[in-house]
Design a protein around this ligand. Structure first.
Ligand SMILES: [Zn+2]
Length: 153
C-alpha cells in the first residue's frame, strides 16, 4: 500500500489532513471542534500503514478549510501532518504543518489560579516548548492531552 494512496473516496471541497500520527485522528477533530453535529461530511481512517510514520491516520473534512491557528495546534499533536486544501476535487494547496512559537487564545490553562481563569479579559497564551506548551502567565506546562485543553471558545 503506497503512502500516497488514500483509502477513502475523493472529496469535492474541503481539507484532507494526512500523516497524522496513528491514533490521533479524533484529537484532530476535537481541535477543529467537529463532533458530527455540524452536518459536515467527515471521513476518518485510523492506523493505516505509512512509510514515514509506521501507522498514520487520515482525516477528511468536506466543505471546511482550516485556519492557520487550527493548523498550528494540530502541529502540536501531529507534527508530521500534511494539510491538503481541496477545491473541485483538486489539491490546490499542500502544506506541512509548522510548530508555532506560541499558541494564543486556543488552549485553556489547567491552573485554576491562573489570571486567564480569573474572569479577566486576558487571552490565553502558551509558549511552545520542547515537551509541551507553557502558560505565559503562570508557567504551567501542559505535556499530554493537549486536545483536552482546547478552549471551546
Ligand atoms: Zn496559566
Amino acid at each position: 500500500m503506497s503512502d500516497h494512496e488514500l483509502r477513502v473516496s475523493k472529496i469535492r471541497n474541503g481539507t484532507v489532513i494526512d500523516h497524522v500520527s496513528g491514533g490521533h485522528a479524533l484529537n484532530v477533530l476535537s481541535i477543529l471542534g467537529i463532533d458530527g453535529s455540524e452536518g459536515l461530511g467527515v471521513s476518518v481512517v485510523m492506523n493505516v500503514p505509512s512509510d514515514r510514520l509506521g501507522l498514520k491516520d487520515v482525516v477528511k473534512v468536506e466543505d471546511r478549510e482550516l485556519s492557520q491557528s487550527e493548523v498550528d495546534v494540530i502541529s502540536l499533536i501531529a507534527p508530521e501532518a500534511t494539510i491538503n486544501i481541496i477545491r473541485d476535487f483538486e489539491v490546490v494547496q499542500k502544506n506541512r504543518v509548522d510548530r508555532p512559537e506560541s499558541v494564543i487564545g486556543l488552549l485553556s490553562c489547567p491552573n485554576r489560579n491562573c489570571i486567564t481563569n480569573d474572569g479577566e479579559p486576558v487571552e490565553t497564551k502558551f509558549a511552545v516548548v520542547e515537551d509541551g506548551v507553557r502558560c505565559a502567565y503562570c508557567g504551567t506546562i501542559i505535556r499530554d492531552s493537549l486536545a483536552g485543553h482546547i478552549d471551546p471558545e
